[in-house]
Ligand binder design. Structure first.
Ligand code: ITT
Length: 231
């Protein structure tokens, strides 16, 4: 029997919440898309990240888990790029304060490194690359970005990771001060997920497996969602 459940292959609960919300209510072939997480179906399995780009890491994660799961598998790699730090922490965002990283320590390290940098030069962006794979093959890739600035002190309680110091000028709030549906509407992950959602909606209507049919390398489906620059 065909596996109709989509595996959301991430160990980060913040990502799980946001991606579930972005895909909620999506039905494929008349049935509501069921999303399962790693602890539900592949407990105890972990994948070490080694790539130098978000694309490499997202592909590697998605392919790794898709070889162990019979249905569609979605993984994503994301992070914060700070202009005055030459793009750091980038793909090292989760482990920026290694050896025992935490969101709090990561934030403190960023604030320390930027302590003499004035507001206009604190430009940053969040990037998210999602890769949908099936049985060891990439089906499609989706990229989302959002531009903002690094605040001088943390503000807000929602979200996760660097949200308390990511200031989004269009709404004059840090991401941690936004309700999750508002963050999802403008964030790197929300933008990538909106593209994924449209792709899955089209895929179900296409008779022969969808727009990526015959082009499973995903290059044809690579799509990007960039934000407007900050005002
Ligand atoms: P998985 O690999 O299991 O998906 P991870 O947290 O290790 O989980 P990444 O390697 O992609 O995932 O690291 C992403 C990090 O980037 C994340 O831990 C945060 O520190 C940061 N980040 C990404 N998106 C974010 C967001 O929306 N808000 C705040 N921080 C974010």
């Amino acid at each position: 029997m065909t596996e109709r459940r989509l595996l959301l292959a991430t160990g980060n609960p913040g990502k799980v919440r946001e991606i579930r919300r972005a895909l909620q209510g999506l039905s494929i072939d008349g049935a509501l898309l069921e999303i399962v997480g790693l602890p539900d179906v592949l407990p105890g399995l972990a994948h070490a990240e080694r790539g130098r780009t978000f694309e490499q890491n997202a592909r590697a994660k998605s392919l790794f888990y898709s070889r162990r799961w019979p249905g569609l598998t979605l993984a994503e790699d994301s992070g914060l790029e700070i202009e005055s730090l030459d793009g750091a922490p980038g793909v090292r965002s989760a482990r920026f304060s290694a050896p025992r990283p935490s969101d709090g320590k990561n934030i403190r390290k960023v604030l320390r490194l930027l302590k003499d940098i004035p507001a206009p030069a604190r430009r940053a962006r969040f990037v998210c690359v999602m890769v949908l794979a099936e049985r060891g093959r990439v089906v499609a890739e989706f990229r989302g970005e959002v531009r903002g600035r690094i605040a001088t002190a943390p503000r807000g309680e929602s979200g996760f990771g660097y949200d308390p110091i990511f200031y989004y000028p269009h709404l004059r709030r840090t991401f941690a001060e936004l309700p999750s549906e508002v963050k999802n509407a403008v964030s790197h992950r929300g933008r990538a997920a909106a593209r994924l959602r449209r792709f899955l909606e089209k895929k179900k209507k296409a008779p022969s497996g969808g727009p990526a049919a015959g082009r499973p390398d995903g290059a044809s489906a690579l799509t990007s969602a960039r934000s407007r620059p900050p005002r």
